[in-house]
Design a protein around this ligand. Structure first.
Ligand SMILES: NC(=O)c1ccc[n+]([C@@H]2O[C@H](COP(=O)([O-])OP(=O)(O)OC[C@H]3O[C@@H](n4cnc5c(N)ncnc54)[C@H](O)[C@@H]3O)[C@@H](O)[C@H]2O)c1
Length: 255
């Protein structure tokens, strides 16, 4: 892939870069002058662009997590941030959950995120870099019918805090962002897969849980990306070990 590589600029590795939040995050960091190693199972769908290296990887495979980080660091000559945005949604009655589905969701959302981060640690120590993990409102509170997804995101929230404590002496910050429902391919895929005949009714039911009432709307991927961008800036130096909601108050309590 022909890319213009400017060795002095910072580099972020974004997983799930072909998706809604990962794509918006890629754009935000490019706008900020960074280079982006764009990792995804579907990296071939990422348009070739200067300062972007698409890397195809199945992050349920630990070997592929490690080689994606190696390729990014080799290309960039450094690694300043990791944004772990690859993820998959599932829902359904726990009595019917298969082992394969449990392993798929935990494999991407938790294991893949952990081993990408693990492989990146030496590079991040070298740059006093940071990690931003995509957790969820479902990583802070239970969602009925989504026990497996909640297990994965609850794991993300707590491993974020544990890693923040572990890596603080080495100057690396680790935070999680916890979005509510984001208007992305994941959300529309959810409605298509689990919404039955009436996808709009599925989406309307989600919005009905928000405190804004008739004013409720979904979070936009660019709004999450802006939050992630801020967390990777020097102004966020005091922020580590945090799991921060961006959800219109969805997880704040009972309406
Ligand atoms: N969309 C929402 O409502 C929402 C809400 C809260 C949290 N999140 C979380 O934010 C993150 C991004 O979500 P999104 O809305 O952008 O979803 P998305 O479906 O648009 O993007 C997810 C990306 O992850 C990639 N991916 C899936 N499995 C992979 C694998 N095995 N290896 C490599 N890449 C893989 C997909 O190809 C896709 O491009 C996810 O972790 C998700 O759980 C999303």
């Amino acid at each position: 892939m022909a890319t213009v590589n400017t060795p002095d600029s910072k580099i972020v590795l974004v997983t799930g870069a072909a998706g809604g939040i990962g794509g918006a995050t890629t754009r935000r960091f490019l706008d900020g002058g960074w280079r982006v190693a764009a990792v995804d199972l579907r990296a071939s769908t990422i348009a070739p662009e200067d300062r972007v290296l698409p890397i195809t990887a199945d992050l349920t495979d630990v070997g592929q997590c490690r080689s994606a980080v190696d390729r990014a660091a080799e290309w960039g000559g450094r690694l300043d941030a990791v944004v772990n945005s690859a993820g998959v949604w599932t829902e359904g009655a726990s009595a019917d959950t298969t082992e394969a589905e449990f392993d798929r969701v935990l494999g991407v959302n938790l294991k893949g995120l952990y081993f990408v981060t693990s492989a990146a640690i030496p590079h991040l120590v070298a740059t006093s870099g940071c990690v931003v993990n995509l957790s969820s409102d479902a990583g802070l509170q239970g969602n009925a019918g989504a026990a497996v997804y909640c297990a994965s995101k609850g794991g993300v929230t707590l491993l974020t805090k544990a890693l923040a404590l572990e890596l603080a002496p080495q100057g690396v910050r680790v935070n999680a962002v916890c979005p509510g429902d984001v208007e992305s391919p994941m959300l529309h895929g959810q409605a298509e897969t689990f919404g039955g005949d009436d996808r709009q009714a599925y989406l309307d039911r989600l919005l009905a849980g928000y405190p804004q009432g008739a004013r409720a709307r979904f979070v936009q991927p660019a709004e999450v990306a802006e939050f992630i961008w801020f967390l990777c800036q020097p102004a966020a130096a005091p922020i580590t070990g945090a799991a921060m909601s961006i959800d219109f108050g969805l997880s704040a309590g009972i309406v």
